[in-house]
Design a protein around this ligand. Structure first.
Ligand code: DX5
Ligand code: ZN
Length: 214
């Protein structure tokens, strides 16, 4: 799966930018609160409007403090998947139940330096695992190959534990890095600048997909 990140799109033309990637499996929406990460983007009203404006399922990545309070609202808004950060969640088990009860898949994300080992049991309650391959906060950063070990561990946990979890990667994914991520076992690739920085975003999505399945 390819999930273009609208963080690198033109925020004044979000509907057109969604329409520019008809082949996208999910549209990745980076919600940042200026506290959990040193950047501020958009919130629930924009997600609600975008949900009405596109048929592409929304993949909301909440880089915010107190996701326990806010995440279910993003599910109620119609998002397909709502991802919270393990580092920020107070009660991740209850949170996954709340997100699912509000109608979305529940995602758990870990920053590059957060070990997966602490979250293995909690992962059973989640539908997606988002491994960050840059420090969250900004698009256009360099891919951190050291997270590939974590991806391999995640792949092994999911396969051997028969977990129904989609392994997702976010940060620095391009035609140069997607192959190594695919080999490590990623199912879903988020790409911001590699898609919206391209002259033809639709073709960029297909080029990434081709490169991932080589
Ligand atoms: C970064 C965001 C990413 C960002 C990725 O904190 O979570 O989703 O859009 O951008 P690229 O693909 O340019 O690294
Ligand atoms: Zn993201």
């Amino acid at each position: 799966m390819i999930a273009p990140s609208i963080l690198s799109a033109d925020f004044a033309r979000l509907k057109e930018e969604a329409d520019a990637v008809p082949g996208a499996d999910w549209l990745h929406v980076d919600v940042m609160d200026g506290h959990f990460v040193p950047n501020l983007t958009l919130g629930l009203p924009v997600v609600e409007a975008l949900e009405r404006a596109t048929d592409i399922p929304l993949d909301c990545h909440l880089m915010i403090n107190d996701p326990d309070r806010w995440a279910p609202g993003y599910a109620e808004a119609g998002s397909r998947n709502v991802t919270v950060h393990a580092e920020a969640a107070h009660d991740p088990r209850k949170l996954s139940r709340d997100i699912r009860a509000a109608g979305a898949l529940a995602g758990l994300s870990v920053k590059p330096r957060t070990p997966l080992e602490d979250w293995v049991e909690v992962l059973r309650d989640y539908d997606t695992l988002l491994v960050m391959s840059v420090e969250p906060g900004f698009g256009g950063q360099k891919f951190m190959p050291e997270v590939l070990d974590k991806v391999r561990t995640a792949r092994r946990l999911v396969d051997t534990g028969h977990l129904n979890v989609i392994v997702e990667i976010d940060g620095g994914i391009s035609r140069d890095t997607i192959e190594q991520a695919a080999e490590a076992g990623v199912d879903c690739f988020v790409a911001g600048s590699a898609v919206y920085g391209a002259d033809d975003p639709e073709r960029a999505v297909e080029a990434l997909r081709d490169q991932a399945v080589r």
